[in-house]
Design a protein around this ligand. Sequence first.
Ligand SMILES: [Zn+2]
Length: 188
Amino acid sequence: MAGEAGRGLVSDPSRRSEVATYQEPFAIILGCSDSRVPAEIVFDQGLGDLFVIRVAGNIVAPSQVGSVEFAAERFKTRLVVVLGHSSCGAVTATLEELTRPTENQSKNLHSIVERVRPSVESLLLTDLRHDHEALIRVAVRANIRTSVNHLRHASDIIEQLIRTEGLAVVGAEYSLETGLVDFFDGTP
Ligand SMILES: [Zn+2]
């Protein structure tokens, strides 16, 4: 936020050789693919620090669940952060699709829209539909909350890790404007 990033130099040769044969990432980040929200840069982290899964709209589909299971089991990582962001294009595209459906939308793109849809469509029935910016703001958070809840119950393995091993799944929103990350879901 203050423009003083530095610790997470991805090209640091000593850190590279240190982690060439093992990794112990302290957090798993399920973030959006948006080019303006690279998790390592946002959190000023370097090689070996974060296990990052990025997909448009930070949605939870089977391969994301599998990736979380893999990292949590293999590396004993105990923190999962769903990292959404302001003005998310996937959320905006879903709201547009719900108001003005496109003909012949790619079925691959449709699979993303379909995963965002349940958390945002009810918002279109409220007064928020008259305020586009507020609608997007609320929809972004609703989509993050949905991914957090979905991940917490996505598999027996994850439920077990939460129950007995202290795995935490939390939700956060990054502001494209300020660089602030607001951990608003699941943290004390
Ligand atoms: Zn996005």
